[in-house]
Design a protein around this ligand. Structure first.
Ligand code: K7E
Ligand code: CUA
Length: 633
């Protein structure tokens, strides 16, 4: 079977439009009404319509806010394809239930995080994902990993793109609320940069908590390969969003609380806050030379990047800047004013000049500051020199031209604004196809709107958000689709489908199964060949296979109080034949996809007979796929 993610998208698309038009000709008025844009437009698929059975051209990877997961969409159809559990508990797959997922959720926690998790049965229950970003090689997506922040419990997770499952989670020490997250784009990822949003007393052990003048926060760099925190930078003010250049030299973060306030009024005082630029090479050098401290029980090197340090540059920016976005040509970054109607354009080459001592004033790096409208939050790009900025208060997306903005900054009259499009309503992030890479292709733009109000059937006080699909391939932005999403994707990236080559089955030789194999070897069992119950004191390990519609073991007995571990390999090799294991009234449920091995451990504390069954519909005899556990007193 050929790879469905190859570059045949163009021909599929042509076929789609051709068949759509045939349908109109043959089917008369009804079909034409369903396909209005296809009939009018010469641009293939400009309506975003993807016919049944057809595949999308792009993947969308969405965060999910307070739901704590990552969602996978097809773009432009806006069809939701998958939810990847990360910081949440997810019964359908057993995330937070299986031994394998619980290890991922636990082992990267800080000592404080482990103490918290221990009190709650070994997991933290909440997550708040904002910023999903895919690993880079040479300035574009390489399809290895997706990284995502957790603001609620200050964590960063990594998702393997071959399986679309999370394989590592680390809690960042010495910070609260990991918010902004972006990746090193060159030469590769490399560093995962993340912002601790809130300032806290350091160490946070009760000593300075009533003295906010002692609070500060840290910018962290972790290694995307090992998921170790390599270094942290102490900063002045707080940290909101972050981004990196395309040369591997700088990262930069917005700050909305340069006042170091702890209540709203204090945080709003200054007319200008700032962007702090991190000079990566200088920070690495300082760490190498031992010019760092550590905080509390953390061993992570912390360098001083507060105002006056030569590791950083503080650029004054009006007022409470939020999003920060690098143009795909690598020349500029844009800080979005939020409380100021302006966005500030910084020329990245001028950062070199500043750090070389050739520029005196930090503001000398700003080359444009166009006024776009009320509440600019985030900006994206089409790869043709245009930028698109969400205006939260105006409920609009503003399209503007970067070179004209720079010209206008000099001559005081060139107007960079090309178009403003109403969106519905209150947009936060927006992202265009491949816009976070040097391969920005300017086809589709998603506006992630915080409020849907009247756009969908009323479902009570808590309503979905409204993510809108906008065609940006032509001179004018065209709104083509409303997509409801539920609490609460902040951000998404739109990735060309040929970047990714997900597996169809698990690979039984994947190192993720090594721990189970080692245990099985000690027990004299071969996973996937044997169905066996091993007793080891009061520990019972049950190894079995699943294959539609059977479990390898349909009856087993244990004694009350035994610690029981169930290890199941799904030996089916047919794509999409997923089995499950649900132990009724024992609150256990997990997924076993083809060629996957999973395990779950529990105490058999309730005496009696308990059915287990397969909860993923796998076969005509799926209802019959079950067995009994006997727990003897
Ligand atoms: Cu909601 Cu990126 Cu967390 Cu802006 S952030 S809107
Ligand atoms: Cu196996 Cu349902």
């Amino acid at each position: 079977m050929s790879d469905s993610n190859d570059k045949s998208g163009v021909s599929r698309r042509k076929f789609l439009v051709a068949s759509g038009l045939t349908g109109i000709a043959a089917g008369g008025g009804m079909t034409a009404a369903l396909l209005p844009m296809a009939a009018q437009s010469s641009e293939p698929g400009a309506d975003g319509y993807v016919a049944p059975g057809e595949l999308d051209d792009y993947y969308g990877f969405y965060s999910s806010g307070q739901s704590g997961e990552v969602r996978v969409y097809g773009i432009p159809s806006m069809r939701e394809l998958k939810r990847i559990p990360v910081f949440n508990y997810f019964p359908a797959t057993g995330w937070g239930v299986t031994n394998e997922s619980r290890k991922i959720l636990y082992e990267g926690l800080t000592p404080q995080g482990k103490r918290r998790a221990d009190k709650q049965g070994g997991i933290l229950r909440n997550g708040d994902t904002h910023h999903p970003h895919m690993s880079y090689t040479d300035g574009t997506y390489d399809g290895r990993y997706l990284f995502i922040n957790d603001k609620a419990n200050s964590r960063v997770a990594r998702i393997r793109m071959d399986l679309m499952v999370c394989d590592k989670i680390v809690q960042i020490p010495n910070v609260q609320a990991v918010h902004g997250l972006r990746l090193q784009k060159f030469p590769r990822t490399g560093y995962v940069f993340c912002n601790g949003e809130f300032m806290i007393p350091q160490p946070n052990d009760g000593r300075d908590m009533y003295d906010p003048s002692k609070y500060y926060t840290l910018f962290s760099a972790l290694d995307g390969d090992t998921m170790e925190v390599k270094w942290q930078v102490k900063v002045s003010g707080n940290l909101d969003n972050t981004n990196a250049d395309y040369a591997g030299r700088y990262a930069f973060s917005t700050c909305y609380n340069s006042e170091n306030g702890v209540v709203l009024g204090e945080m709003m005082r200054a007319e200008r806050d700032h962007v702090v630029v991190f000079n990566i090479a200088r920070i690495e050098e300082a760490v190498k030379q031992g010019k760092f401290t550590t905080i509390g029980d953390s061993k992570v090197p912390v360098v001083d990047g507060t105002k006056g340090s030569d590791l950083t540059l503080y650029i004054p920016i009006p007022k409470g800047p939020h999003g920060i976005n690098t143009s795909p040509d690598g020349k500029y970054f844009i800080a979005n004013g939020k409380l100021s109607p302006t966005v500030s354009v910084v020329e990245i080459a001028k950062l070199d000049e500043y750090f070389d001592g050739k520029l005196k004033e930090p503001r000398d790096v700003v080359v444009a500051e166009p006024e776009l409208g009320l509440g600019p939050l985030h900006t994206t790009f089409d790869g043709r020199g245009n930028a698109y900025t969400t205006l939260f208060i105006d409920s609009q997306v503003a399209k503007w031209n970067l070179e004209d903005a720079i010209k206008g900054f000099k001559d005081g009259k060139t107007n960079p604004i090309r178009q403003k499009l109403d969106v519905h309503y209150q947009p936060g992030h927006l992202n265009a196809s491949m816009a976070e890479t040097k391969e920005a292709d300017g086809k589709w733009l998603i506006s992630l709107n915080k409020f849907s109000k009247d756009r969908f059937l009323n479902v009570g006080p808590l309503k979905p958000e409204c993510d809108q699909l906008i065609d940006i391939s032509g001179d004018e932005m065209k709104l083509v689709h409303d997509g409801p999403t539920y609490s609460e994707p902040h951000d998404c990236i739109v990735v060309r489908r040929d970047v990714l080559h997900p597996s169809r089955l698990y690979d039984p030789n994947d190192p993720m199964f090594d721990d189970l194999k080692a245990q099985a070897k000690k027990d004299g069992v071969e996973i996937g060949k044997d169905n066996k119950v091993i007793r080891d004191g009061n520990k019972v390990r049950l190894y079995m296979m699943s294959y539609a519609p059977n479990y390898g073991i349909t009856d087993f007995k244990v004694k009350q109080g035994d610690e029981v571990t169930i290890i199941i390999k799904n030996i089916d090799e047919i794509e999409d034949v997923t089995h499950g294991f649900t132990l009724t009234n024992y609150d256990i449920q997990m997924e076993i996809s083809p060629q996957q091995t999973v395990s779950v451990t529990f105490i058999a504390d309730e005496v009696g007979m308990f059915w287990y069954y397969c909860q993923w519909f796998c076969h005509a005899l799926h209802m019959e796929m079950r067995g009994r556990m006997m727990v003897e007193a």
